[in-house]
Design a binder for this molecule. Structure first.
Ligand code: C2R
Length: 187
């Protein structure tokens, strides 16, 4: 959506708070996917900043953010983009922080492969930890796991998260085994 307002309407990177996780995305059209990272971080009670930064459309803002994020206390960056998705790789090229890339199947994507390959196929020396197509939730969990490696409280939350996930599956297989697949299908 074209917005004639000056870019100062967006939070500038220097105004972002001290959250340890930064979620950035190329466009507001990525938000329905990227909010899944935000939702799981909320569930894990972790603070994050979330904003729009585009390597293509706002290159100076991208440069400013990527150069300064680690100095502001950010520990992990989650970057989502669709199509010719240069944002995660460009941020990774400028920042010493781990960057988790979320390929997004956007309106200008060719089945999402363009975005996947743009984010995944980084040259040696500039890694981007790439999750599955549209898998912003996994990016959030991975960011929490990175922080959790150095923080017992966060790690314990992830232990609980995994236990609850396993319990959710257990409810299903116990029911499946009890009533058989034919009845299970119909219920
Ligand atoms: P619009 O819907 O705004 O046209 O954007 C966005 O991530 C989005 O998925 C379409 C798609 O363009 C992507 N975009 C990038 C970058 N900036 C925007 N891949 C970038 O810098 O990599």
């Amino acid at each position: 959506m074209y917005n004639s307002q000056p870019v100062t309407r967006n939070p500038q990177p220097e105004n972002m708070s001290q959250a340890k996780i930064a979620i950035i995305m190329g466009s507001d059209s990525d938000l329905p996917i990227m909010r899944q990272a935000a939702d799981v971080l909320k569930e894990l009670e972790l603070d994050f900043d979330l904003t729009i930064i585009s390597a293509h459309r706002t290159p100076e803002r991208m440069f400013e953010f990527a150069k300064k994020a680690h100095k502001k206390g950010v520990k992990v960056i989650i970057a989502g983009a669709g199509g010719a998705a240069h944002l995660p790789g460009m941020v990774a090229s400028l920042s010493p922080l781990p960057v988790i890339g979320v390929p997004i199947k956007s309106s200008n994507s060719i089945d999402g492969w363009d975005s996947i390959l743009s984010i995944l196929q980084m040259p040696n020396g500039v890694p981007v930890a790439t999750v599955a197509l549209n898998a912003a939730k996994n990016a959030g969990i991975l960011a929490a796991q990175i922080l959790g490696a150095g923080n017992k409280t966060i790690q314990n939350r992830l232990v609980v998260y995994k236990r609850q996930m396993a319990e959710g599956v257990a409810v299903k297989y116990e029911k499946l085994e009890a009533i058989g697949y034919e009845k299970y299908k119909k219920e």
